[in-house]
Every structure is written in C-alpha cells, then in structure tokens.
Design a protein around this ligand. Structure first.
Ligand code: ZN
Ligand code: ZN
Length: 141
C-alpha cells in the first residue's frame, strides 16, 4: 500500500497540511466556519445590516467578510446594505474587485502617463540639442 504524501502549505496561515477539498488546514477551516457562522447569525437578525455593523456584531474582520462575499457564502444581493472595498480607492462596491471609475480609470491613467513620458522625453532631447548647439557656437568663437 503506497502512502501518498499529498500535502500543501495552507494559503491562509502557511502551515503544512494534508490536502483537502477546502484547500485550508484544519485550524483555518475551523476558523473560517466559526467566523462564517458568526456572520450568518448576525445577518439572520438583521437583513439590512451594514458592513460596519456586521463587523461590530460578529467580531469578524473585513478581510474574512470580503472572502465570504467572494466565496458566495454571503450573497450580497440578499443584503442591500452590505459592501466591500474597491482594492484601489477603498470606495464601497458590491461586485468585482474595483469600482467602475477605477476599472476604466486605470487604463486612461496608463495611457496618460505614457503620453506625458513621451512629451517629457522629446522636450529633454530638444533641450539637449539646443544647449549643444549653443556650446558648439560658443566654442567656435
Ligand atoms: Zn491554515
Ligand atoms: Zn475604486
């Protein structure tokens, strides 16, 4: 009988554990379930709860709560006042990783930065040529 060493590092705490479907070590699985249960029971009492109140009532941090949203353990559409933060500007959002302005803003920002850089470079080249010519003329005299 072959002993299969099917182990991995827990993505949450880094400790080595026997691989499983949850992809979390036993300790983290227990913590995840415990935090989720506390959130769910707070939500059961108040469907219109806000994220701040949920953090306060459940004692669970925003990182874990955001994870529950991502894992669809807590369905945002069922709770009108829950949200999490845009990863860029921290604005409250309810879908995706970024708010709509950041999603579109990033691209135009990069574009603008490239344009600025190009202009800056051209200006530098022009200035260099100019000063070169001047010093050239000066040295000839
Ligand atoms: Zn762990
Ligand atoms: Zn944003």
């Amino acid at each position: 009988m072959a002993l299969e060493l099917n182990v991995a590092n827990c993505p949450n705490c880094g400790s080595v554990f026997q691989k499983n479907l949850r992809n979390l070590c036993t300790k983290c699985t227990r913590q995840y379930d415990d935090e989720l249960n506390r959130c769910l029971s707070a939500l059961r009492h108040d469907r219109r709860i806000t994220t701040d109140k949920l953090i306060e009532k459940s004692g669970v941090g925003i990182a874990s709560i955001t994870q529950f949203f991502r894992d669809n353990k807590i369905l945002l559409r069922e709770y009108p006042n829950l949200f999490y933060h845009c990863e860029l500007c921290r604005k409250p959002i309810r879908t995706g990783k970024l708010c709509p302005p950041c999603t579109t803003g990033i691209n135009s920002d990069i574009h603008r930065m490239n344009e600025e850089e190009k202009k800056q470079q051209e200006k530098l080249v022009r200035e260099n040529q100019m000063s070169f010519r001047i010093s050239d003329r000066l040295s000839r005299k």
